[in-house]
Design a protein around this ligand. Structure first.
Ligand SMILES: Nc1ncnc2c1ncn2[C@@H]1O[C@H](COP(=O)(O)OP(=O)(O)OP(=O)(O)O)[C@@H](O)[C@H]1O
Ligand SMILES: [Mg+2]
Length: 484
């Protein structure tokens, strides 16, 4: 069998050299060019088995070439690489029929693995190019960090399927935005996007909220009401804060997902569920499973494609872009235009952002609205950040804590455990589980206060060092050094 030939188009000479060496070593024949026109000529002449193309080339955009390549040579595998990686590039590449999209800089090992996979894929299972997006809307997600690139790639891959997605991330990291992007670029984008916040509905109303009710099903049900499942038919149902769903509702939801149909409250006729489910939570659901507050079987139903949104402090390189984006937004809303001084950006990047992108967004809005200066300086940022921090502390001031004694909070949780038991979830090890609930934050926060110094933490806790080490291990507490 002849060696597969790989056609590489990139105007960057060093990339051509690196690729041609690496692919050559891996046993492929390689032809490289800096121009899209030459690549096209090779395609027309029937050359090559796989194309690796850059997006921005002097004569033509690589993305525009893909549909032509696919028409002329339907079996041709195309890999797209780009330094300008945005959600749009990733989605477009996938929709136009690229096999995979690789943000630059890429890992050579990964590239070789993708090449191998692409060549092994039977031609007829190569994704059908999806219908192109109607318009070039503005980008919903900002950020070019590696962490965000991974998210864009997953979203792009999911545009051709209805797989259930579970989005996990701290508050304000963009979970809802990602859920919307999955819908807006997905196969169901012509249908409705319906969001339900599971934490915001009183538990006795959840069933009727999700599945609807018939007229007269309960006092006050004066007319038939469709539930969210029915409203979202043909589209996406976004189950936000899924980790806060009460146990009875979890059981009900699981059954609907298993059976693919539901009945309204008071109704008899089963209705086929025609929704794509995207769920989100800021909670660690594996931990909730351990403590008995989330059903493991439901978790596995929902966690088909997990997406973890990184906290903002893990992608500080996106902060300048995000900050300017929010200032631009404020200007569009009629607030004066602002410039960020370099020092200000440094301060923004050094902050911890417990409220993540939402907190940054609010800060930029305040800066745009409250200060007359055109340039936002480091001092202004410091001032606003200090102001925000003092509000946070107020919320946890001793007077407020005194209103909820620890014992009350513990009692509330225990009631929750016991209620879960009544719903058929087996109860066991309650003693250990409750103690673990208290031990974990106690140890975690003491470690944070000592910046990860276990000797100091053990002293503060009044524990033997070895005991502390064992507990850290047993509770699987991540040990981070030097983080405040
Ligand atoms: N990558 C991003 N680019 C631009 N804006 C973003 C990005 N991520 C988040 N935002 C903005 O930050 C705010 C919070 O995002 P979102 O509501 O999606 O977060 P969330 O994770 O659902 O938060 P919560 O857990 O509190 O519900 C929104 O105004 C959103 O537009
Ligand atoms: Mg949200």
């Amino acid at each position: 069998m002849p060696l597969p030939t790989i056609l590489v188009a990139d105007d960057d000479r060093s990339i051509r050299t690196v690729l041609s060496q690496a692919l050559g070593r891996a046993g492929y024949q390689v032809r490289t060019t800096a121009s899209a026109a030459t690549l096209w000529q090779w395609i027309e002449e029937g050359e090559g088995d796989l194309v690796i193309t850059d997006v921005v080339m002097p004569d033509e955009n690589g993305l525009d070439l893909i549909p032509r390549i696919k028409r002329a040579r339907p079996d041709m595998r195309v890999l797209v690489m780009s330094a300008q990686s945005t959600l749009m590039t990733a989605v477009k590449a996938t929709q136009r029929g690229a096999f995979e999209y690789l943000p630059k800089p890429f890992d050579l090992k990964e590239l070789l693995a993708v090449v191998e996979r692409a060549l092994a894929a039977p031609a007829r299972t190569l994704a059908e190019p999806a219908a192109p997006l109607e318009s070039e809307e503005r980008m919903p997600l900002i950020g070019r960090s590696m962490a965000m690139q991974d998210i864009y790639r997953i979203i792009a891959r999911l545009t051709t399927s209805d797989l259930t997605v579970m989005i996990n991330g701290e508050s304000g990291t963009g979970k809802e935005l990602v859920a919307r992007a999955l819908h807006d670029y997905g196969r169901r984008r012509g249908g409705p996007f319906v969001a339900v916040n599971m934490a915001a509905i009183p538990r006795e109303l959840i069933e009727s909220e999700l599945f609807g009710h018939e007229r007269g099903a309960f006092t006050g049900a004066t007319s038939r009401n469709p539930g969210r499942f029915e409203q979202a038919a043909g589209g996406t149902l976004f189950l936000d804060e899924i980790g806060d769903m009460p146990p009875e509702a979890q059981t009900r939801l699981l059954r609907v997902l298993q059976e693919g149909e539901f009945t309204t409250v008071g109704g008899r006729q089963p209705i086929r569920a025609n929704v794509r489910i995207v769920a989100a939570t800021h909670r660690d659901l594996r931990q909730s499973i351990r403590t008995g507050t989330f059903r493991e079987d439901l978790f596995y139903r929902l966690n088909v494609v997990p997406i973890r949104l990184p906290p903002l402090r893990e992608r500080v390189e996106d902060i300048p872009l995000l900050a300017r984006h929010f200032l631009d937004r404020s200007r569009e809303d009629g607030l004066p235009a602002k410039i960020l001084a370099d020092g200000a950006i440094e301060r923004l990047q050094a902050s911890r952002w417990p409220g993540n992108v939402r907190e940054l967004e609010n800060l930029m809005r305040r800066l745009a609205a409250l200060y007359p200066q055109e340039t936002i300086t480091a001092d202004l940022v410091d001032q606003e950040l200090a102001e925000a921090a003092s509000h946070d502390q107020e919320a946890e001031a001793p007077e407020i804590l005194a209103k909820e004694p620890l014992a009350d909070a513990v009692a509330r949780h225990i009631r929750h455990f016991l209620a879960a038991g009544q719903d058929g979830m087996p109860l066991h090890d309650i003693y250990d589980r409750v103690i673990a609930e208290v031990e974990r934050p106690l140890i975690q926060m003491t470690l944070a206060a000592t910046r990860g110094n276990q000797i100091k933490a053990a002293a503060m806790l009044g524990l033997n060092r070895n005991t502390l080490r064992k507990k850290i291990r047993d509770l699987e507490i991540p040990v981070v050094r030097g983080v405040s």
